[in-house]
Design a binder for this molecule. Structure first.
Ligand SMILES: Nc1nc2c(ncn2[C@@H]2O[C@H](COP(=O)(O)OP(=O)(O)O)[C@@H](O)[C@H]2O)c(=O)[nH]1
Ligand SMILES: [Mg+2]
Length: 374
């Protein structure tokens, strides 16, 4: 008998879960501790570096970055590349840019390294950033050395290969892979451009020592930055199902030919397993004799759900939608407005601490179904 982590709510249409149950999940176990060694090595190569390209996943543009990058590698000119744009719903791109600008990140490029989309903008921006930094007071060296950093599996190595492909018409120089942990050491300099002469340093992914909250942990996990077995594929599939339904993204229904959307993971996985033919017959002994029962392979179904999501087959997503906009939705029971205020609202430039405090004070009076996450 399989154990699902909790009893899920009604599967009736339009009564999607308003929140994902986060309690009881030990997020600290999902992440392999502080990757201090990698960061130290990067720091020691820092004197050779003129500029830092930080790569992050465009599906989580506002969460999950490692705050230690700024602290340890600070001061150098910094470009944020939000990669895997082909998998991200970027309809709110302007809002994302504004949010990031509020955090002091002005140089942001969205890319798709598989198709080399927007990758051509990187070297000109890097050249401009270095040109306007104080590096040139240090000498006549016309080489640029750029360090590529980021959390695991966001496409750092792919970006290096893509820039090299574009500017030098050369093949892969650094290994790429679908799992975190493919690049293990700070590598030697890889030339990616002739004029100007640019070298890039590939680095292993470094996650933050502490993940700010369980939901950020889940977002990082579904994007493949942690080893899947540490979080559990069914937990991740359920978080995705919750996200899809909450934002009315029903491509999964079409992809698996499910007939209708549903918020109950067990029901969805059962149907997915049947569609994929991942079922097995088991004999069950009953009082009246043996009965053959068809048992779905839930693990295989959850794996396929994740794989399809990561391959973009379930449609583009914006996993940071909750940070971009406070959610005002309908309470499933009463139909009353339900407002969710999160702590991150206070961090950006758009909602000041004062405004957040005011909203926090007033919201429960205006709307009795307010969830305060602060
Ligand atoms: N869909 C999509 N996949 C990408 C993109 N860039 C990289 N990937 C894939 O993401 C995975 C991790 O890439 P890799 O470069 O090894 O990431 P790293 O760990 O940050 O160096 C690989 O399977 C890549 O093929 C992109 O822009 N779009
Ligand atoms: Mg790599």
């Amino acid at each position: 008998m399989r154990l699902f982590p909790r009893a899920l709510g009604s599967a009736a249409r339009f009564s999607w879960r308003e929140n994902f149950p986060l309690g009881g999940r030990d997020v600290a176990r999902w992440f392999p501790g502080h990757m201090a060694k990698g960061l130290k090595r990067m720091q020691s190569s820092l004197k050779l570096v003129d500029c830092i390209i930080e790569v992050h996943d465009a599906r989580i543009p506002l969460s999950g970055r490692n705050p230690l990058f700024q602290e340890t590698l600070g001061l150098k000119p910094h470009l944020l590349v939000l990669n895997k744009m082909d998998l991200a719903d970027l309809r709110e791109q302007q809002k994302i840019r504004q949010h990031l600008e509020g955090e002091g990140l002005k140089n942001v490029i969205f890319t798709n390294c598989v198709k080399d989309e927007n990758v051509g903008q990187i070297i000109p921006m890097v050249t401009e950033l270095i040109g306007s930094s104080c590096r040139y007071h240090r000498g006549e060296n016309l080489e640029y050395c750029v360090m590529v950093i980021g959390i695991p599996n966001v496409g750092k190595s792919s970006l290096i290969n893509s820039i090299r492909r574009l500017h030098l018409r050369k093949g892969k120089a650094t290994r790429v892979g679908g799992h975190p942990g493919i690049t293990r050491a700070v590598m030697s300099r890889i030339q990616v451009c002739e004029r100007p002469l640019v070298f890039l340093l590939d680095t292993p992914g470094v996650l933050a020592p502490r993940i700010e909250n369980v939901e950020t942990g889940l977002k990082l996990a579904v994007c493949g930055t942690v080893l899947d077995h540490l979080v559990g594929e069914e937990t991740m599939a359920d978080y995705l199902l919750y996200t899809f339904n909450k934002h009315q993204l029903f491509r999964y229904v079409q992809h698996y030919g499910l007939g209708n959307a549903c918020d109950d993971l067990e029901t969805v996985l059962k149907r997915v397993a049947v569609k994929l033919g991942r079922t097995q017959k088991v004999k069950v002994l009953t009082g009246t004799g043996d009965v053959n029962v068809v048992q779905p392979n839930y693990t295989a179904a959850a794996s396929d759900f994740l794989r399809a999501f990561r391959g973009g087959l379930l449609g583009p997503v914006m996993l940071d939608q909750d940070i971009l906009c406070p959610v005002v939705s309908r309470c499933p029971g009463t139909g009353a407005a339900h407002l969710v205020l999160g702590p991150t609202l206070g961090a950006g430039a758009h909602v000041s601490d004062e405004l957040l405090a005011l909203m926090t004070r007033l919201a429960p009076r205006l709307c009795p179904h307010t969830t305060l996450l602060a």
